[in-house]
Design a protein around this ligand. Structure first.
Ligand code: 13P
Ligand code: SF4
Length: 378
């Protein structure tokens, strides 16, 4: 966890819990007006509607990284998303040249420290280092590029930075893999096996060339030496617990009921679902696809529930269904509510910031190397 010791908060969280959303929203608005352009509230598309309504900018992981990288007059970022996103914002907004230009660091706060990402937690730095050492013995690592999905701790991004690797998001994974294959003939991809597999399959790489590395299997991650020698992409055994709930039978069921329905999914969904979809892409791509479709288009969307419900409200001219019959929502994204946002903003305005996310200098330096490589990939 990248946090810093902070002074005791001026206002305790317990005072905010009983307040209704209307009161919280007007107090948040008051802090926004008081702090003006010094404060930037960033909201990921999976956030609750009331949080999105109070965000200055919303986006997918890639867009939010760009926004943090480009921020110039803000001094504070309140990140309404999950921990790895706030870490990334801290690294990008506090690049040495940016700090020199503005004369101070940007303070990044995550309104609730419990807003993590279970997928990011599926790859720990010691596990990745152990895998790298094992691979070094079996196939050598000179010809392997480590690629981490942005949904990962800063320590993993730094690992990639140190080893000539790169970060990707769901919107640029194909371009990043192409970049990696110009550098080496193999890739170690973590932590999301589904994004790695779905992207590489579209590039003509077969499942036989993509062994899965299980960090809990001390015997070469559960692989034979031969399968590693034949590999093109070594996939980490990680997944998103939200997207893994979308199943092929949901696609078949909807296509039976509504024959002209189009299936739109996030590439964190398993291959069996991704293969059946009409379109697969990041949250930003999902939104743009719906926006560009003619009125009357029927969609079944396989991604986090809050985004799908918002699309339904914003596009009444289209018929939008949730792909799964059961609720698939990101419980950690959901932790950011108006009470936490108001608490963190009022403490920020009072000069006693809470939940400050600050990546240590060495980790930030190497993470930045991997993030900058990504930002240059077109
Ligand atoms: P996007 O990069 O598409 O915004 O996705 C982030 C995420 O966490 C999806 O689960
Ligand atoms: Fe992580 Fe999945 Fe939540 Fe995205 S939806 S933040 S990958 S747990």
């Amino acid at each position: 966890m990248s946090t810093v010791a902070a002074p005791a908060p001026t206002f305790p969280l317990a005072d905010y819990k009983p307040l209704d959303n209307e009161t919280l929203a007007s107090r948040i608005q008051a802090v926004r007006e008081q702090m003006g352009s010094e404060l930037l509230i960033l909201g990921h598309h999976y956030q609750q509607d009331e949080v999105i309504a109070l965000s200055d900018l919303r986006g997918d992981s890639y867009q939010l990284s760009q926004m943090a990288a480009e921020s110039s007059d803000c001094r504070y970022i309140a990140f309404c998303g999950v921990h790895f996103m706030a870490e990334t914002a801290d690294i990008l907004a506090n690049r040495p040249e940016k700090v020199a230009e503005r004369g101070s660091r940007v303070t990044v706060v995550l309104p609730d420290m419990a807003a993590g990402c279970s997928m990011a937690d599926m790859a720990a730095i010691d596990q990745v280092e152990a895998a790298w050492a094992d691979l070094g013995e079996v196939i050598g690592t000179d010809d392997v590029t480590p690629v981490t999905y942005i949904n990962s701790a800063a320590s993993l991004k730094a690992f990639c930075g140190r080893h000539g690797g790169i970060v990707c998001t769901s919107s640029n994974a194909a371009a990043v893999l192409e970049w990696a294959f110009r550098r080496t003939s193999r890739v170690l991809f973590f932590p999301d096996q589904h994004l790695g597999r779905n992207t590489a399959l579209k590039m003509g790489i077969t499942n036989e060339q993509m062994p899965v590395w299980d960090p809990y299997n001390s015997d070469l991650g559960g692989n034979s030496e031969e399968s590693l020698q034949q590999s093109k992409v070594i996939l980490w055994k990680g997944h998103c617990s939200v997207h893994q709930m979308f199943r092929p039978e949901h696609v078949h069921g909807l296509r039976e009921r509504i024959p002209d329905i189009k299936i739109l999914v996030h590439p964190e969904c398993p291959q069996e679902v991704n293969d059946l979809a009409d379109v697969s892409g990041s949250t930003g791509t999902i939104i743009r696809t719906v926006e560009a479709a003619p009125p009357g288009t029927k969609w079944a969307i396989g991604t986090e529930l809050h985004l799908v419900n918002r699309l339904k409200q914003e596009h009444p001219e289209q018929e939008i269904h949730f792909l799964s019959p059961v609720i698939c929502m990101c419980a950690t994204m959901y932790r950011i509510d108006l009470a936490h946002l108001c608490w963190s903003l009022e403490n920020l305005a009072a000069g006693t910031p809470v939940n400050v996310i600050e990546v240590d200098e060495e980790t930030a330096r190497w993470s930045l190397a991997a993030l900058e490589r990504m930002l240059k990939v077109k």
